[in-house]
Design a protein around this ligand. Structure first.
Ligand SMILES: [Zn+2]
Length: 90
């Protein structure tokens, strides 16, 4: 079963990262990662350093501003639509 193989591979990822698996196992993992996107994603997350908390903090307000702008834009669009309707033929 594929699910079983995935959990097996994911259990081995830390060992694979430290080169603690046999060449045969490493080959098996490599082959699995090439064909399994979910395990490949896990592997990428595993080898990638954790995101800097400072940059995370920076990211959140930016998102909030974006949201505000989007809301304002929606309001503007609504106003324009109303204007078009009101100044339309009739
Ligand atoms: Zn997998």
């Amino acid at each position: 079963m594929r699910q079983k193989e995935c959990s097996f591979i994911q259990e081995l990822l830390p060992l694979y990262a430290e080169n603690l698996v046999s060449e045969e196992t490493a080959q098996l993992i490599k082959e699995h990662l090439a064909g399994c996107t979910s395990c490949a994603q896990d592997w990428e997350n595993f080898i990638r350093p954790l995101p800097d908390p400072v940059s995370l903090e920076k990211f959140t307000p930016e998102k909030r501003i974006e949201n505000k702008l989007f809301k304002r834009l929606k309001k503007t669009v609504a106003a324009v639509v109303l204007l078009v309707i009101m100044s339309g033929p009739g």
